[in-house]
Design a protein around this ligand. Structure first.
Ligand SMILES: Nc1ncnc2c1ncn2[C@@H]1O[C@H](COP(=O)(O)OP(=O)(O)OP(=O)(O)O)[C@@H](O)[C@H]1O
Length: 449
């Protein structure tokens, strides 16, 4: 239980309010300025923050307002010497839970704090329920083969610890799902899971994205901004595609892993945050260490525990179950596979793993003919969806004339590309050299929407 963080620079107010709240049974930490408040919260999140808006170093209510977001998800009660209606509105707008004008009436403080603590408790329960929803039974991971059971067992054992976890496995095998399962099965489940796609953020922005920056530290830094590390305080930071992390950032990450400290861009003093690190990559990190593109010391820090996600080749027995669940979801429970479809699914190889299987089933469910009992997905629909050769084209028949042949080719190229892009219309249009509107018109004409 993390209690209340009281941030106020007046010693008398600190003493009296701290004592009053402790007398009510709350655990209270007291800090005297904005930076200390942020650092204290990053180190150990509180259930509730009582924040004076005009504290050192700026003594400016606007700077206080900018702090509010750094305490998410804890409710923040803002206090100020100015009984200022506009400021109160701004504070609520910035995410504050409530606003108290000084001098603070102790009885009102008691009620407001009780309500905010109740809200924090409800938020925790909700997070725990969500965790049960996504994490229970199969922890969000579909599969009953021994290799999946072993993976789940490891996740359950590792989740309660603070050990860093490295998730390795081919693309599309559920590494991100494993990171989620780890977070939601851990005591951090009511805090944030913050994913970072290391390869997707330009190297020059990665440092400020991860560690935040101070106002004026570079052109365009118009205000202080906390980084993803601070956002994840008390929770889990998921570093996806860690193999893509630039060398200069590898050093900074190593330092953070070593002692939990980091330095926002432009800051003079280091800060600390309690964050659990889960990293993932489809690359062979040991080989990256051998060829010098990944730091050996960071590699050993990250691999506190290594979890491996198996390819579908290693667990073909799970293909029918995965396909059935994806079909049920895609058809609102109104779809079924024909017997030839199940045979086809299990004999085909899935180099793109679960991601490819899922896209194929979703595409086939959208293309398959509707019957009175729902959607019947056959082998032809699936083959069509993945662009495998099919004997005939069910909806347009075997082409006879040139025009029919062109229509068949058009149909096939479009459905194949839809399957490959996971039904993303914009990407499909781009691949085919069409405008998005042009593609949508064709889909309408073909009855594919
Ligand atoms: N065991 C599983 N159960 C249910 N869905 C899964 C499973 N494994 C993967 N998926 C689904 O497959 C897709 C890809 O999963 P995810 O993004 O976690 O894979 P990844 O290994 O992180 O891929 P990449 O290396 O390309 O980032 C997602 O839609 C995910 O829901």
């Amino acid at each position: 239980m993390s209690g209340i963080l009281l941030a106020d620079d007046e010693p008398a107010f600190q003493r009296l309010t701290g004592a009053w709240l402790r007398g009510l049974g709350h655990d209270v930490r007291v800090v005297g300025d904005g930076d200390a408040a942020r650092a204290a919260f990053a180190e150990a999140p509180a259930d509730l923050v009582l924040l004076d808006l005009a504290m050192p170093p700026h003594h400016d209510p606007e700077a206080g307002l900018a702090l509010i977001a750094s305490f998410a998800p804890a409710p923040v009660i803002v206090m100020t010497g100015h009984a200022d209606h506009a400021l109160a509105l701004k504070a609520i707008d910035a995410g504050a839970w409530d606003f108290l004008a000084k001098p603070v009436d102790p009885d009102i403080l008691r009620i407001v704090v009780a309500r905010a603590m109740e809200r924090a408790g409800l938020a925790r329960e909700l997070a725990a329920l969500k965790a049960r929803d996504t994490g229970a039974e199969d922890m969000g991971l579909i599969g009953t083969t021994p290799v999946m059971a072993a993976l789940r067992d490891l996740i359950r054992r590792v989740a309660p610890t603070r050990l860093p976890v490295l998730v390795l496995g081919p693309s599309g095998t559920g590494k991100e799902l494993v990171a989620r399962a780890l977070h939601y099965a851990s005591p951090r489940a009511d805090r944030k899971l913050v994913p970072v796609h290391c390869g997707a953020i330009p190297p020059e922005l990665l440092e400020s994205e991860l560690f935040g920056h101070l106002k004026g530290s570079f052109t365009g830094a118009t205000s202080d901004r906390p980084g993803l590390v601070e956002t994840a305080a008390g929770g889990t930071l998921f570093l996806d595609e860690i193999g893509e992390m630039p060398a200069v950032m590898q050093v900074k990450l190593l330092r953070f892993l070593a002692d939990g400290s980091f330095q926002p861009v432009g800051a003079r003093a280091p800060r600390a945050a309690d964050v659990r690190i889960v990293a993932a990559t489809h690359r062979d990190l040991a080989a990256c260490v051998a060829d010098g593109s990944f730091r050996e010391d960071l590699y050993y820090r990250l691999k506190g525990v290594v979890l491996r996600t198996p390819s579908l080749d290693e667990r073909p027995g799970d293909v029918p179950l995965l396909a059935s669940v994806f079909l049920r979801r895609a058809s609102n429970g109104m779809g079924q596979f024909t017997p030839d479809a199940l045979g086809w699914l299990t004999t085909r190889r899935w180099p793109g793993n679960v991601r490819e299987l899922r896209a194929a089933v979703e595409c086939a469910a959208a293309l398959a003919p509707q019957s009175a009992t729902g959607v019947d997905v056959g082998a032809t629909d699936l083959a069509f969806a993945v662009g495998d050769p099919v004997a005939d084209l069910p909806t347009i028949g075997t082409p006879q004339t040139l025009e029919e042949e062109i229509a068949a080719l058009e149909y096939r190229r479009i459905t194949e590309t839809l399957a490959r892009t996971g039904h993303n219309h914009t990407h499909t249009a781009r691949h085919l050299g069409l405008s998005r509107v042009g593609l949508l018109k064709k889909l309408d004409r073909m009855g594919l929407r």
